[in-house]
Design a protein around this ligand. Sequence first.
Ligand SMILES: [Zn+2]
Ligand SMILES: [Zn+2]
Length: 329
Amino acid sequence: MDDSQIGTRNARGEWAPNANLKIAPFYRLPPDWKEVVAWVPHYFLPWNIPIALSAVAYWAFALPPVETMATLSVGWVLKLLVVNVVAVALFYGFFEWRLYVRRAQENRFKYNPTFPADRTSKVFWFGHQNLENILRTFLFGVTVWTAIEVLVLWQFAQTGLWQTNPWIIGVIALFVPVIHQAHFYCIHRLIHTPFLYKWVHSIHHRSVNPSPWSSLAMHPLEHALYFASMLWHLVLPSSPVLALYQLHYAGFGAIPGHMGFDRIEVGEETAFDPHAYGHYLHHKYFEVNYGDGLVPFDKLFGTYHDGSEEAAQKMRARLKARAAKRATA
Ligand SMILES: [Zn+2]
Ligand SMILES: [Zn+2]
């Protein structure tokens, strides 16, 4: 496909879409209903419905009976860890293999022209971004993910009580992405405070040019804060499947912002939008887009970068003012 139809590549070879990012349309008053209707499919696809289905599949096929989960035991916990390892390896591995190993669409729609594997850098373990990212994903990411999962499922199984009203389940399911974004924004601002940034979050930001394996490459404390979004379901009128959906939204849903490509080609003439640009700009510029446009906290607090020159200028002015303040302090 021809990426110059919807974007431009600058002299450094960096590609950017021509259209600017937008916050979810219902925050603009009065809402433009045509825009709202056009936005709805993007809410459900390409990620939300498949991730919700993955939670149902886990409940149906991967988890033991509720009575088994009511007692903590090595057997089912270990099995769940293995299932998670395999699922993460297949899901992240597929996109990494197709886009970064096979390079099926070369660098069409790729924001940064460089492929991380083509460069070594001393900031990464053994000098390789992919190697460190893969090790962090499996050593810490999937283990913390599984630990929180076990804790929540065990809690549900012990009481045996959860929401069964389909209307309430439907409403909570609809809000799972909103809960995720609000939770992520708050913990993300927290780990951008100087001390936590230096010791915790800077590890995730080593991948200035992210690839799918960067998604869960974090310090274990960040993993704990990140996957803690599942804990909200212990206080909400929720169910184990909804809690799993929340967890999978964090676990599998971390990939969009780290895809590195604005469109994923499917065949010769079709491509889908993985919603990668907002978080890509966060990796590029650090102090913008702590969340995404679904929960418009960035817009509210002045850190929203929609990709425009105007937003870039605002960001530069903000950073300059901050540096000046620091110099006089
Ligand atoms: Zn990231
Ligand atoms: Zn960050």
